[in-house]
Design a protein around this ligand. Structure first.
Ligand code: BJW
Length: 245
């Protein structure tokens, strides 16, 4: 696209260079430039086209497991074809220079890991993994006999994607680690997330209260540069590489 480069406040470049302990929260916006739709974009957002109540709750799965399985199978395919973008790569580069670095993602697409990020906490699961709806255990393989959804090889229950739906708890230990990283860090990024979904959204406030410098990077924020809060309005894939040059 023809977007002008975002100007990076000098203080922020220094804050990134000087930061010892970095935590990052990402959302669908960081994968938008990899061609994956966000949830709440007014034109292309998934929740503009589909109702979350029909696709992303345990009740929806119980009512219509075939529909839900097929929707996720389609998205799994798109996510498998997508490539990490320069925003993902820049975060992997920051990790290589920080003393501690925690990448907390709400995304299920695995693009951070594919870009080289190591310490990734997946708050909402990963679409590449599959779980038994009955036993709530991960399932590695099952017989492909054409049943949709396929059945659990152990108990015969229905299989589901290993993602967190509305009304479900986040993986407890993962969220604990995310909280610890938010409290411990001196620099906290919130990138490409609308901040509407709890409890992930509260991590930014946790970090702020614990004294971290906050950097919000989003297409819909007021530009702001103060010593403890930076807001950058721009596409993550173009803006993040500018921060690590
Ligand atoms: C760019 C860009 C570019 C674009 N560069 N930027 C407290 C208060 C109110 C409600 C609740 C509460 N606590 C719990 C709830 C209920 C619920 C909730 O939060 N509801 C709110 C929506 C009101 N939360 C839950 O149910 C959670 N569980 C829970 O709390 O458990 C405890 C519990 C148990 C039982 C009963 C009650 C409580 C679970 C939430 C699970 C969310 N699941 C989804 C689907 C995952 C699987 C899938 O992909 O299908 O997760 S929903 C969806 O939203 C997905 C995302 O991870 C999540 C967040 O969305 P995200 O990433 O922020 O995307 P967008 O589209 O919203 O925003 C993109 C942003 O990027 C925009 O701002 C753009 O501007 C920007 N952008 N391009 C930079 N190039």
């Amino acid at each position: 696209s023809e977007q002008a480069a975002v100007s990076i406040p000098q203080g922020l470049v220094e804050a990134v260079r000087g930061a010892k302990n970095v935590a990052v929260l990402t959302g669908a916006g960081i994968s938008a430039e990899s061609g994956l739709p966000t949830f709440r974009d007014p034109q292309t957002g998934l929740w503009e086209k589909f109702r979350p109540e029909d696709l992303a709750t345990p009740e929806a799965f119980q009512r219509n497991p075939k529909l839900v399985w097929e929707w996720y199978a389609h998205r799994r395919e798109l996510m498998g074809l997508a490539q990490p973008n320069p925003g993902h790569a820049a975060l992997a580069a920051i990790e290589r220079h920080a003393a501690t670095f925690t990448l907390i993602t709400q995304n299920i697409d695995g693009l951070h890991q594919r870009a080289g990020s190591r310490n990734v906490l997946e708050l909402h699961g990963n679409i590449a993994r599959t779980r038994c709806f009955e036993e709530d255990t991960l399932v590695e393989s099952w017989s492909a006999n054409g049943e949709v959804p396929p059945h659990c090889p152990r108990c015969g229950g229905l299989l589901r994607p290993d993602v967190v739906w509305f009304g479900e708890s986040l993986p407890e230990e993962t969220f604990e680690q995310a909280l610890e990283a938010a409290i411990f860090c001196d620099l906290f990024f919130s990138i490409g997330t609308s901040g509407l979904v709890e409890p992930a959204a509260s991590l930014t406030e946790v970090a702020r209260r614990a004294g971290a410098t906050i950097v919000v990077l989003n297409l819909e924020v007021e530009p702001l540069a103060s010593p403890d809060l930076y807001q950058l309005n721009g596409p993550a894939g173009q803006t993040l590489p500018e921060l690590v040059r």
